[in-house]
Design a protein around this ligand. Structure first.
Ligand code: UGA
Length: 437
């Protein structure tokens, strides 16, 4: 099929390359000429495993092109909207002006049977408003909502083989045509057995918001348990293992630690709360405020723990911060707990040296005073204490004997609960984690 993708950020760049990889002819548009030039040369402006490979092969096949000229989308049958919906500057609500701008830019280029497919995460009710906007502008194109569930670090795999597809289309003219077009564009995944949920626009929008809210709640639930476990001498990891064996609960997303971050979960729960308030239903999701508060408290807890474990005085304390990305296999530092811990320790007076295998550039752009090391050994050299905040494999696999030889004092705070306490203690470390004795 001939498809266009509007917005070449994380979502759009991966989606465009994946659609071309599946055999579709893709034109991908972004207003940022630098981004378009980098992607056209096969260089994604962010780290995502597997993306450079499918980008290069799709560009070479001639099926994928990037442009800043929106008029080049004319002739595409499907137009995916993949622009960002960041948190507003002055509230928790989502800023959807890029979605509106994408629709405005698309309108003059739409054919009568085109399908506009929203993928961005938007407050429920947005799609209906956009459908009315198309109609009132005289377009007979159909609007569909097809939320994206990809995880950073697994974005290519999640796009090529998603665990479900959600097609939201309003009843009326264009309904059957839009569903058929969506089934065709995702034919490879559907024939491999991916379940499809066909629904209305509002449900499709809400599925995405509800999924991220549920995941965030699961993480904050286990982090709340880690506070209780810590006060009572219980072990939160064993607790998670034990409740996770109940398939109704499940073990995934029950890893206690410094909490969730990134460009999605934090802003999505805030946007959901803001939208519920607008609907007069703030109390229905009031618990999300608590989910957010528990999550942010974890960062403070880690900062306090580092200082306490090192004797209580942060001033001139040499701290090695291991990790800056919000999670491994990513260079994303948006709302990163790791970066907040590094910043918080520096503000408290510590001499912080951080290392991350991928995220040092993005971290330094957000926090120019951040002192970074060239490698993990350099970060650890002469440190009074180390704190592991992003569970990159190279940190999880560190040999405590080698680490101990580098540091001034053998102290480590494992803020992701991923190291073996017995092994670190046997090497002479003062080891502590969150919610484990
Ligand atoms: C999340 C969702 O998982 C995707 O399904 C969704 O498509 C995406 O947001 C989005 O809305 O675009 P992502 O932000 O890539 O994906 O990251 P996750 O893998 O969900 O991790 C989020 C955060 O939770 C990370 O900071 C991670 O360290 C933390 N986490 C995760 C925990 O603290 N504990 C866990 O047990 C699991």
């Amino acid at each position: 099929m001939r498809v266009s993708v509007i917005g070449c950020g994380y979502l759009g760049a991966v989606h465009a390359a994946a659609m071309a990889d599946l055999g579709h002819e893709v034109i991908a548009v972004d207003v940022d000429a630098e981004k378009v030039a980098a992607l056209s040369a096969g260089n994604p402006p962010f780290f995502e495993p597997g993306l450079p490979e499918i980008l290069t092969s799709s560009l070479a096949s001639g099926r994928l092109r990037f442009t800043t000229d929106i008029s080049e989308v004319a002739g595409s049958e499907l137009h995916f909207i993949a622009v960002g919906t960041p948190q507003s500057d002055d509230s928790g609500a989502a800023d959807i002006r890029f979605v509106d701008a994408a629709i405005d830019a698309l309108l003059p280029n739409l054919g009568p049977t085109d399908v506009v497919v929203g993928k961005s995460t938007v407050p429920v009710g947005t799609a209906q408003r956009l459908a009315e906007r198309l109609l009132s502008a005289g377009s007979s194109a159909t609007l569909a909502w097809n939320p994206e569930f990809l995880r950073e670090g697994f974005a290519v795999k999640d796009t090529l083989s998603p665990d479900r597809l959600v097609f939201g289309v309003a009843e009326g003219a264009g309904h059957q045509h839009a569903l058929a077009a969506l089934r065709e564009v995702y034919a490879t995944a559907i024939s491999a057995g991916t379940p499809v949920v066909e629904t209305d626009l509002a449900t499709a929008e809400l599925v995405k918001t509800a999924a991220n809210a549920f995941l965030a709640t699961k993480i904050s639930f286990i982090n709340a348990m880690s506070e209780i476990a810590e006060a009572t001498g219980a072990n939160v990891t064993e607790l998670a293992d034990a409740i996770g064996y109940d398939t109704r609960i499940g073990r995934r997303f029950l890893n206690a630690g410094v909490g969730f971050g990134g460009g999605c979960l934090p802003k999505d729960i805030r946007a959901f709360s803001a939208r519920a308030e607008e609907l007069g239903l703030g109390s229905s999701v009031a618990f999300l405020g608590e989910v957010d508060a528990i999550n942010l408290r974890q960062r403070e807890r880690v900062i306090a723990r580092v200082i306490a474990d090192a004797g209580g005085d942060a001033v001139d304390l040499k701290v090695a911060v291991l990790g800056l990305a919000f999670k491994p296999q990513s260079d994303d530092v948006r709302d990163s707990p790791a970066l907040d811990v590094a910043r918080g320790l520096a503000v408290a007076g510590a001499q912080v040296t951080a290392y991350d295998p991928q995220a040092m550039g993005p971290a330094q752009r957000r926090f120019p005073d951040l002192n970074v090391a060239e490698n993990v050994q350099q970060a650890l050299l002469d440190a009074d204490i180390a704190v592991l905040v992003t569970e990159w494999p190279e940190f999880v696999q560190l040999d405590p004997r080698n680490v101990g030889d580098l540091m001034a004092h053998k102290r480590i705070v494992d803020a992701r609960n991923v190291l073996d306490p017995a092994q670190w203690r046997a090497a002479g470390f003062h080891y502590s984690s969150l919610g484990r004795p």
